[in-house]
Design a protein around this ligand. Sequence first.
Ligand code: SAM
Length: 264
Amino acid sequence: MRTRTKRDRWRENQDLDRVHEPDLREIAAGTTYLRGEWGARVFPSPQPITLELGCGQGLFAVDLARRFPDRNFVGVDLKGHRFWRGARIAHDTQLTNTAFLRARIQWIDHFFGPGEVAELWLTFSDPQIGDKRGTKRLTSPYYLALYQSILPVGGVLRVKTDSPEFYERTLRDGPATGMEIVDHCDDVHGAPEGRFDVDLTASLAFRTAYEERWIREGRSIHYVCLRKAGEIGEETLETARRMLQGPLDRIQPRFPGVDGPSAV
Ligand SMILES: C[S@@+](CC[C@H](N)C(=O)[O-])C[C@H]1O[C@@H](n2cnc3c(N)ncnc32)[C@H](O)[C@@H]1O
């Protein structure tokens, strides 16, 4: 059988019942999508929600969903053809505590309300070392402010990266935005047995597609866990929104190449 093209995957996604692909131009115009309603309208039961931001193929989200049936999981990525793989598996195996959302992370507060998400994972995000303004690195103070707007106090952000710079900057910017460092480790796979609790050991043992690549290149894998310690100020949040949520002309059409050329 021939390999599916991007276009095949975009089309197939439209028939998968675990996939959500809202029109991002409407979101950028100020609308929300399922905000505050995931527990009631998407999942069979309103269990704690974990997001994997920049989930790529979405196989880590699927692995978590299988291991934790008492939680709900949403894989978020801008590229629907990437998470098609995880979404296909979730659909075919009726993994009802999983969903996939095509969205830009900088608009995440339009999809989830205050305290609606218990846990966030960032796996192998582009380190964006040259990002001086803080609008590209997914653990910059602006992003950390936005994440805190959807986490409850005590909610956590877990980060896995191969980049020492991304690791160090996350450790620096977490406390700078009021988050507590719960744990950090610069060599997850070289850590002694028992270093992490049983559930976290299993989660960290999963190797994403990018992780496999970095391990083959001999890189160490780093881990950081940050916890929201208190409510974030409205002014800080407004600044983060202003810096991250850009103008309409940067938004792609819903299904590029399927819905026609970019309309904006
Ligand atoms: C380096 S890949 C890592 C993929 C996966 N987590 C892994 O470890 O194999 C980064 C992923 O993040 C997605 N991504 C990057 N920036 C994003 C953004 N602002 N909003 C949504 N997805 C984004 C990309 O489309 C890509 O799939």
